[in-house]
Design a protein around this ligand. Structure first.
Ligand code: PHE
Ligand code: FE
Length: 288
């Protein structure tokens, strides 16, 4: 689930004060379950050899290949045993502090609705396929599970320090659109990529985007686009390293430093960047 501006101010009718709602799994129609199966089958073909080892292991451990939209209760039971996380349903995007509080308490908020059959390739609001297929397998990884919990706590701190935008970029470029350098080559682990038919291939194989070594301050200064493929991906060396530089660093002085610096435009390459692939930006040119 990514953050955005079109959120309500109060929980809608039927939602609890923490914005959760019942998933109402029994109410999904056969067509909705079939949409999940179609999306699942398309991604399952693409992801071996492209998705990170941790992601594929999570998909397996959580038995997400079973037919139909997962029941959050059952899914949470499996996830709970692995890393202590649960999945709770929300009506759509929720306010930042609500989102962070759930995460800090190892509750992942997921949309309970699924896209229509004519929206298989793109939907702006995160649905159950993006949230569950995209995010939840990584939560079965103990390191990533710790990372997201710490992120939730850091979120409320960033709100107080006026650095929400900076911290949100870290989420964007890791949780949503992250790449990892594995022994066999680059792999995807970001939920926005693994849940997208076209971007699963684009992120790794297209000559257009830049692929740059992950640097915490650099990432927190970099703008991003929410409406199209990324022009810029950041590559972590390992989940241990991501955990180390984020959890063990006090962000308060970093925020202070980068808030005084200009933002970095989306496709820019800086002198200090570890450039893994210098993109042609050809794709972006055809779209602007
Ligand atoms: N260490 C960060 C802080 O001091 C919190 C954080 C942890 C942020 C992990 C993101 C990921 O605010
Ligand atoms: Fe998301």
């Amino acid at each position: 689930m990514e953050k955005d501006t079109h959120v309500l101010e109060h929980p809608p009718e039927g939602a609890a004060t923490d914005w959760t709602i019942p998933q109402r799994w029994e109410h999904y129609t056969a067509e909705e379950h079939a949409t999940w199966d179609t999306l699942f089958a398309r991604q399952a073909r693409l992801l071996p050899g492209r998705a990170s080892h941790a992601y594929l292991a999570g998909l397996d451990a959580l038995r997400l290949s079973e037919s139909g939209i997962p029941n959050f209760e059952e899914l949470s039971e499996r996830l709970m045993r692995l890393t202590g996380w649960r999945v709770v349903a929300v009506p759509g995007l929720v306010p930042d502090d609500v989102f962070f509080d759930h995460m800090a308490n190892r509750r992942f908020v997921a949309g309970n609705f699924i896209r229509r059959p004519d929206q298989l390739d793109y939907i702006q609001e995160p649905d159950v396929f993006h949230d569950v297929f995209g995010h939840v397998p990584m939560l079965a990884d103990p390191r990533f599970a710790d990372y997201l919990e710490a992120y939730g706590r850091g979120g409320n701190r960033a709100l107080e320090l006026g650095a929400l935008k900076q911290l949100a970029r870290l989420y964007w470029y890791t949780v949503e659109f992250g790449l990892i350098a594995e022994p066999d080559g680059l792999r995807i682990y970001g939920s926005g990529i693994v849940s997208s038919f076209a971007e699963s291939v684009f992120a790794l194989e297209d000559p257009s985007p830049n692929r740059i070594g992950f640097d915490l301050k650099r990432v927190m200064r970099t703008d991003y686009r929410i409406d199209d493929f990324q022009q810029n991906y950041f590559v972590i060396p390992s989940f241990d390293e991501l955990l180390r530089v984020t959890v063990e660093t006090d962000f308060a002085p970093l925020y202070e430093e980068i808030l005084a610096q200009p933002d970095i435009p989306i496709a820019a390459i800086l002198e200090d960047d570890e450039v893994i692939t210098r993109g042609t930006q050809e794709y972006a040119r055809t779209r602007d």
